[in-house]
Write a protein that binds this ligand. Sequence first.
Ligand code: FAD
Ligand code: NA7
Length: 601
Amino acid sequence: MADLKATIEEQIKNSHVLIYSKSTCPFCIRVKKLFSVQYVSFTAVELDTLDNASQYQDNLEQISGQRTVPNVFINGKHIGGCDAVVRLYSTGELAKLLVKGTQEKDPFNKDHTYDYDLIVIGGGSGGLACSKEAASQGARVACLDYVKPTPLDTQWGLGGTCVNVGCVPKKLMHQAALLGHAIEDAKQYGWEVSGDVGHKWSTLVEAVQAHIGSLNWGYRVALRDKNVKYINGLGSFQDAHTIKHINKRGKEAVITAARIVVAVGGRPRYPDIPGAREYCITSDDLFSMPTSPGKTLVIGASYVALECAGFLAGIGFDVTCMVRSILLRGFDQQMAEMAGEWMAEHKVKFQRKCVPTKVELIEKGGDGKPQRLRVEYKNNETGQVSSEEFNTVMLAVGRDPDTKLLGLDKAGVELSKSGHISAVYEQTKVPHIYAIGDVLQSKQELTPVAIQAGKLLAKRLFGGGSSYTDHVNVATTVFTPLEFGTIGLAEEDAETIFGKQNIEVYHSYFTPLEFTVAKRGDNSCYGKLICNKADNERVVGFHVLSPNSGEITQGYDIAIRMGATKDDFDATIGIHPTCSENFTTLYVTKSSGADVKTAGC
Ligand code: FAD
Ligand code: NA7
């Protein structure tokens, strides 16, 4: 009994978030769901799988005064059961408890014989932020970055996914598509745009790549200014403190460090079908394609797929999106379907319930002629096999962490089945090896999350910091043609966590004023607030489908994080005429079934 008490106390002391749970208990399921949909890592001790469950509960009662499960502890502090956690989540207090950690247990000591205080492997969003912050705190830092070419030999410079083949070129191409739409609108506003307005893909690619080139250069200068040693080499572990790096010419060298941060990000996945690697592109190739994509098939239905399909269609290409099951898994499904409907009404063809089975080259491109590919695909419901010709086939079927060749096993760091690194607040099981960004298990794959993690980690390691990255209520936007901004819980997740009877949804369609003269259709935009009736109608989910959703959503995130209620939204006076103001005047509940189409000002 005494031993068990000591074991439990040790578990509590050493865990960031610890849940004593029973696998079939509905309240435990709700608490775990709340943590997992908010990307908060936790350790769950499932008492019903243990022989001594009742002794555990006796000891827990002695330690915390609570015998029942779920019994939750954060940073060694007893929180309570499901209601207590939900309440803390709703008021924004949970996030505060989670980000305020303890001082680094192993304070920075320069007195070592390694070459560097810190080696960062990967010069993307997270790695660059971490390297620069650590150097600012006085650490001697080396940052390795190396881009393995794609199967079609596409390569890029320093800065990682976001800058070269992610957020930056994606948003610029999204803007290109919006401008095309704006040219159409302009005619309604009196602009005399004569004849057909064409688009030149090569001009767009050159402009986007020129901007990326300037960012690549800026990152190199920033590393030099901060005294970070930049090494353009592919790194791998030789042992827990030693990294081998190989440059483009095959030259090898070895460096050592007291601490190592793995920030290698991820790369697009290829399905195991004939022709995938030989003939298909991924988002890694799309943004620098010298020739126009032409008739394009985008395979996948998550945000990379929908965003790329959306802007390609907006630019004027014939685009089909092949969807295996649902749109935007993990996002609010009503919103996902609405974003898809807008795309379908704006020239994106959807091939639902289908998967590709083979891609063949029919004719090589060249001399101004596009290549011709034949895609064979199967309908998962009917089993019917069909085929169609395309000029470009883009795979967006997920991304894998880039850990295969890292040799993490030589350092004693374990990988999950998917190749991700599990870490508790960025620290792996090997205490001086850390991981940040997309390579982490079960974390948001977003640039600002990687940057925040990199900065705060460096501050903790070298600057006496004690804050952790807050993964709760991170706002994001899917840049589909009509943008989809989101904070907090999807409606279906809110129902699971709080109970359907406790959820009220306030919603409305709306028409941006700019759409009226342009005749873009009434009530094509939509917003909803998901409120917890059991907690003063606290807003637990915010979703908007509208132009400029990214800009709208960012500001509201502060309110949601601070625990805003429906009353707070109602008391806020809107800015007229904007799309955002609709959130200050929502009054129709979904449960009423009343009409939510709006007319007039
Ligand atoms: P990365 O930025 O991927 O950087 C990892 C770096 O490490 C790379 O340069 C890689 O080449 C290098 N590397 C890998 N292995 C080694 C090695 N062994 N040695 C040396 N170097 C190595 N996020 C948003 O927030 N907003 C968006 O709008 C958005 N849009 C996106 C659109 C697309 C098409 C994609 C693919 C992603 C998008 N993302 C977006 C996600 C965002 O790009 C990533 O979350 C972010 O880049 C992750 O940063 P990271 O530091 O973990 O990894
Ligand atoms: P995701 O979010 O992992 O989504 C993958 C999508 O591809 C999803 O719609 C899948 O459908 C679909 N998929 C997966 N395998 C196949 C096959 N074999 N055939 C057809 N469709 C398939 O990946 P993304 O690339 O969009 O984004 C990954 C991260 O990168 C994202 O978090 C961003 O931060 C950047 P499913 O729903 O599983 O049926």
